[in-house]
Design a protein around this ligand. Sequence first.
Ligand code: TXA
Ligand code: MG
Length: 313
Amino acid sequence: MEILQRGGVVALPTETVYGLAANAEDELAVRRVFAIKGRPATHPLIIHLAGVEALPDWARHIPPEARRLAEAFWPGPLTLVLPRTPRATDAVTGGQDTVALRVPSHPVALDVLRTLGGGLAAPSANRFGRVSPTTAEHVRLDLGDDVDLILDGGPCTVGVESTIVDLSSGAPAILRPGGLAAEELERVLGRPVPVRASSTVRVSGSLASHYAPRVGVVLVEPSEAIARAESLRLQGLQVGVLGPARLALPRDFVRFDIPEDAAGAARLLYLRLREADMAGLDVLVACLPPAQGLGLAVRDRLARAAAPRTPEA
Ligand code: TXA
Ligand code: MG
């Protein structure tokens, strides 16, 4: 806590992924977060709050639908984009008139937030463009001595980043599918909440090649996985397969099993991508889950992992 009050940078667990946290009102500390991540200053950060009652300190206009979502899903894997108050500085928002806010549900994060009493600006605790960390060990491997402290709260239970919903103007829209299913949002709001493919705001997760492991990734439907893996192997490549345990894979392939249910797949996805990276493969054949529930977020992250690298990432 003292570290954060003095302007330090602390990696801490949330239920989604580990975050790299700084006092949101300390501009120097926030700039250090950008520097450690290697992230362009124009890509805004999420401010984490201790509870829904802090919302008016940071958002100057709270539409009824935002309040309903906050009350239904906070603490939890939901981020709301709303018009900001001056407390949300340019350093955090990248100069935009909106701010991204969320209340995480991990007890360690909540504990820190309650003691600090303010907001914590925290992106995922990985280098820009790489796979997000879901254990303290991942953070250590990625960022090591660059951070002042790493709090270990065990493996993240959700495993993919929060769902970002824009409620800053007009109808709600999903800017990034994540750990809260679209169906859940729709159930509470009683109307469709579409995914907005392109927006004028800079969502770094929307860069095509974000969340990229180093190994090349090929996307397939589960029914095509074995045939595709075979044909890649015949080209002389070392092939791994990421998919459900029921796949009857020949022994020539390194397998990375993920659960069949979408929530289970989300929880283990980044761990498996890291394992695949370390296995010295030429290519990873990745099975797409159905696009329901958290399957939407898993498909989104796999698609980014498979996208060609851009210099920016
Ligand atoms: O689950 C999560 O959301 C994790 C944990 C640590 O809370 N955090 C996370 O942060 O994923 P980060 O920085 O990796 O992603 C934050 C996303 C970025 O894509 C950023 O562009 C978007 O939030 N964002 C932040 N402020 C925004 C704004 N005002 N309008 C639109 N998007 C915004
Ligand atoms: Mg991130």
